[in-house]
Design a protein around this ligand. Sequence first.
Ligand code: UDP
Length: 379
Amino acid sequence: MRFLVVGSGFAGAVLARELADHTDHCIDVVEARDHIGGNCHTHREQETGITVHTYGAHIFHTSDLNVWNYLQRFTEMMPFINRPKASIDKGIFSLPVNLHTINQYFGKKFSPSEARQFVDTIRRHDIKEPRNFEEQALHFMGEELYRAFFHGYTKKHWGCEPQQIPASVLKRLPLRFNYNDNYYASIYQGIPRDGYTAIFERLLDHPRISLSLNHRWQPSDGQAYDHVFYSGPLDGFFGHRRGRLGYRTVFWERQIETGDALGHPGINYPSLDVGFTRRREHKHYEYWKQHEKTIVFTEYSKETGSKDEPYYPKRLAADKALMHGYLGDCLQTDRTSFLGRLGLYKYMDMHQVIAESLSLAREFIAALASGQPRPIFPE
Ligand code: UDP
């Protein structure tokens, strides 16, 4: 049998490797760009020698030991805890919003229980079941903290009113009543020592995997294969026949300096007074190396045009209606499985994508062993 994997990000590369490791079949991977790794791709910047996360900083985190161990078959992970800061008119604050942020912002010395009681007096109790990002934030933390740290950033990042964004997006971030400023609640976190691209090289380095770069998938590609695993944009697979799903993309201004520009890997800018959302100084993600120069990426967000790379599935109400139509179409396809952030139009992190590909591969291989290969459709 012959399988086609469309896309060489984590979704496609892990799936391809699992099929290669656990079956005797050949797998062709096609990638539209001129490099592997999707938006997790990293490259060594010529002028500075710094490993740059080409499509924005990626900090790996998971509480799934199986995923963590799997990744370490392909790389050495260096310890890294994500502790971004927020720059607002009142000063520089700690993120995610924690006891330090609350005390600094309100000029207090609250203990954890005092802070909890205080936030309980300012949060919106009348919002019983938050229906969107803004209501969720007001319910959790009240107007002032929401305006200071979330409202402007969210408007800039998503390009719409926060009332239009699902509440689940805010739930990605904790609100803490202690001094824990670890952005993620995951047990395991880190950055690959050799960059992410090396992981994808090793994942795809198998005698039964062949890779074609600069190959944009077309519907006719699937004909020669027994099964297609598609991790490109969901609406693209169907030729946008129901309409285009909304994706946000990001772009950067890059600036090279000497020494230390920000003094930190990442600073967010929630204020609407500036057009950008965040700045990332990539050499701090590679703290185990010495670099004389530094490179800072100032990040902006915009709607995805036909030539831009999609990053974030917007999932507004209209998108969700379209998405359900397309997901229904997926169920009707023969010999095709859909996966990944773009393939399923789901806001997933790297570890979730890897876990999903591992389980999809497991299910498909089991179906194959029973003599009935069939499309697998992750929840
Ligand atoms: N967010 C915010 N202020 C911040 C950081 C995040 O308002 O300083 C909001 C914003 O809407 C963002 C969401 O929280 O899209 C999720 O943030 P996360 O850091 O998880 O986004 P990602 O790392 O995927 O870009």
